[in-house]
Design a protein around this ligand. Structure first.
Ligand code: AHR
Length: 714
């Protein structure tokens, strides 16, 4: 009988390893029940306080047209034409370029009114908005109108009985009429809401007004129009429109997406990237100082890492506000002097600029109001400092292949951060798996992996055998290995969002993470969001999908939800025997890289750290973990096989166990099943009361399923 054990019982994992390398001859598929022993009195790890979290960056229109609730696209008239990457035929790719086209704005001439619009550099609003929209009304009287319309991010969402807040900067010359604001159907026929500002002054001024819909039909096919009804000239310097936001936060977040996130009970947020942190060049990195303060003073930047414009409405303080709204701890990634196309600086005066910038960022987040940057945060509207424990230096800096480059930069950042903030935990972003040795031993390694489903399952027990004690990595050769943060990971099967096959493999991995919570202290899936509208996706298999009106959780979202909602406070020891196994060949699935829209699988990355191996591999088809807290034991059972599996449970270490408990089960008849905009609730966990539990009992786990079994006992 073969056994795998969790937590501190490492011998079992070795047994599993031997079984795997022994190959198909040893396959144990007897039809006999799998035996699961739960030793509830043997705690192998305390659940870390920030175990399940979120990773985020501006990708797939995550914030622009996504979580950040702003409805006006190109609100400061600076948006550029995005780069278009043609992966099949790279010569046909077009680079991003500055535009004078006023993208997403159009001229409105109604009932005989005539006029024109242009971008006017002679009337800047401020340093961040050097060119403004000049509207010339040549002919307008009676009910004739001339104006400008914004088409929003794939439409302006109209919902019944809803109040929208508009804000704009304007000035006028020779114009004495009102500015009429309205949310109108794209064909111009139906006005869902309207309001007006009766007079516009001759110098720049901010105007704020509310628009309320009545009992209208919900729809996305609308535009936002600002119009005039007399001849003259009006300049618009900035235009913003917000629907109600989550918890009514000013400059806040889309309600339905936040509700999905809140239900996941995330404990931390890793931001602002990802590639988005680094940018393709230094000029296009996430430059946090340009993302704070009044929104009309933020210049925005070309997010060339993912090929579209960012207004930077989602700035540093908004990420922190998001943490506050969901009670998450910030995990802040600081720019480490390296960008995606290889621009970098060596330690010395040039790197010192970025180290100083990082120290100031830390102060902005966590300093009190007596510090320079804490005072600036207070001025920006948030006097209370945010709790900060983790700072990550760069992102995936293993991409910098120059020997010693990251080590030198990491050392300089580490020393400066520790000197000023000795209690901060510094995360190394090059990753243990990359085999890079840094001179300074980090507090935490950030592991990233994107895999196909067999790859994920094959590797799901990896942490069981990861050394806890160091044979010495780095000069400081610690005896205890740094902790692990799995800062990006996903099973990439399904597009735009992962399907059930991916969710099950994710759950297998999460069981492994949870069993090893003495080592793995945090994890977060990536990417978090995808706007499913045409042209919005750069990376397939994203946890939560949405369009202009609807948001939904993928099956992988529900897998995260199940683990994060049922973990208690400690991990307990388990032993498993009689596992079913499968042999699989899975080459060219999963992996890194964007994945072309519409493709089911991402292309394999030739530069992947561990390229997919086209060899048969043997892996278990079931995965387990168990945790406990306040009189409840939570057992996670993942059945990857296409047939139901009987599990014989033996529970020790509890003096009494109630016969009554609960199961929460996510399963699908077909592993290709998934959720979507049109079927957002097709697959969701089902909760059932169960009975017959005790020290020994048998239950059947459905085919293709993830189950949380709640046992009540003391
Ligand atoms: O999650 C998508 C990308 O994958 C991230 O931006 C990057 O860190 C990783 O390579």
């Amino acid at each position: 009988m073969r056994t795998i054990s969790n937590g501190m019982q490492r011998r079992g994992a070795v047994t599993l390893f031997l079984l795997l390398i022994a190959g198909p001859l040893l396959l144990a598929q007897t039809g006999a029940p799998v035996k699961l022993q739960i030793r509830a009195d043997q705690v192998t790890a305390r659940m870390p306080p920030t175990f399940h979290g979120l990773m985020t960056e501006e990708i797939n229109y995550a914030f622009e047209g996504g979580l950040y609730a702003e409805l006006i696209r190109n609100r400061n008239f600076k948006e550029s034409v995005p780069a278009r990457t043609n992966r099949q035929n790279p010569q046909q790719s077009t680079p991003a370029k500055e535009t004078k086209d006023l993208v997403h704005w159009s001229l409105v001439q109604e009932r005989g009114g005539t006029g024109s619009m242009m971008l006017d550099t002679s009337a800047p609003l401020n340093a961040a908005v050097p060119a403004t929209l000049k509207l010339t009304i040549s002919q307008a009287s009676g009910n004739q109108q001339v104006g400008v319309a914004n088409d929003g991010f794939w439409g302006i969402p109209v919902k019944p009985n809803t109040t929208y807040k508009a804000m704009f900067y304007a000035k006028a010359s020779g114009y004495s009429g009102p500015i009429i604001l309205s949310i109108v159907s794209n064909d111009g026929v139906a006005v869902a809401a309207t309001a007006q500002v009766s007079k516009i002054g001759e110098s720049w001024q901010k105007y704020e007004v509310s628009l309320k819909t009545g009992n209208v039909k919900a729809s996305a096919e609308n535009k936002f129009v600002l119009s005039a009804n007399r001849p003259g000239t009006v300049w618009l310097g900035f235009v913003s429109l917000f629907p109600p936001t989550y918890k009514n936060r000013t400059n806040g977040f889309r309600q339905d997406i936040m509700e999905l996130l809140a239900a996941m009970k995330p404990e931390f947020l890793r931001f602002p990237g990802g590639n988005y942190l680094e940018g393709n060049t230094f000029a296009t990195r996430f430059n946090w100082k340009k993302t704070i303060g009044p929104m009309e003073e933020r210049p925005g930047h070309m997010n060339d890492a993912w090929g579209y414009w960012s207004s930077d409405g989602m700035g540093l303080l908004e990420y922190l506000g998001w943490c506050e709204d969901l009670n998450m701890e910030p995990v802040v990634g600081v720019f480490a002097g390296y960008s995606l196309r290889g621009e970098k600086v060596k330690p010395g005066p040039e790197l010192d600029v970025f180290i100083q910038e990082a120290l100031e960022e830390i102060e902005y987040v966590s300093g009190d109001v007596n510090t320079i940057w804490g005072a600036r945060r207070a001025k920006d509207g948030h006097p209370a400092p945010f709790k900060l424990r983790y700072v990550e230096v760069g992102n995936e800096d293993f991409a910098d292949r120059e020997k010693g480059s990251y080590d030198a930069r990491f050392t300089a950042f580490y020393d400066a951060i520790k000197a000023k903030y000795p209690n901060l935990q510094v995360i190394e972003s090059a990753g243990y798996s990359a085999g890079l040795v840094t001179t300074r031993t980090p507090d935490v390694y950030d592991d990233h992996y994107y895999r196909g489903s067999d790859d994920m399952a094959f590797n799901a027990n990896n942490y069981d055998s990861r050394p806890r004690r160091s044979g010495g990595r780095g000069a400081g050769a610690a005896t205890t290995m740094p902790k692990v943060f799995v800062g990006e990971w996903a099973t990439r099967v399904g597009s735009p969002t992962p399907n059930m096959e991916a969710a099950i493999a994710d759950a297998a991995n999460m069981a492994g993470l949870e069993r090893n919570a003495d080592l793995v202290i945090m994890h977060c899936y990536a990417p978090l969001f995808v706007n499913v509208n045409p042209g919005a996706m750069q990376w397939t298999s994203d946890l939560i999908g949405y369009d202009t009106m609807t948001a939904y959780g993928s099956p992988a979202y529900w897998a995260q939800h199940m683990f994060a909602n049922h973990h208690g406070d400690s991990v307990v020891n388990i032993a498993v025997s009689g596992l079913p196994y499968r042999e699989a060949v899975q080459a060219g699935r999963g992996g890194r890289g964007p994945g072309a829209p519409g493709q089911q699988q991402a292309a394999p990355d030739p530069n992947a750290l561990v390229p997919p191996t086209p060899m048969p591999r043997v892996m278990p088809d079931m995965f387990f973990s168990a945790t406990k807290g306040s009189g409840t034991v939570y057992v996670k059972i993942v059945n990857r096989s296409a047939v139901p599996q009987q599990v014989q449970f033996t529970v020790s270490g509890l003096s009494s166990i109630s016969p009554n408990g609960k199961t929460i089960t996510l399963s699908a008849a077909n592993i290709n099943d998934t959720n979507s905009i049109t079927e957002p609730h097709k697959l969701e966990p089902v909760t059932a009361n169960v009975t017959g539990l005790g020290q020994e009992f048998t239950r059947t786990m459905p085919a293709n399923s993830i189950t949380v079994l709640e046992l009540n006992g003391k």
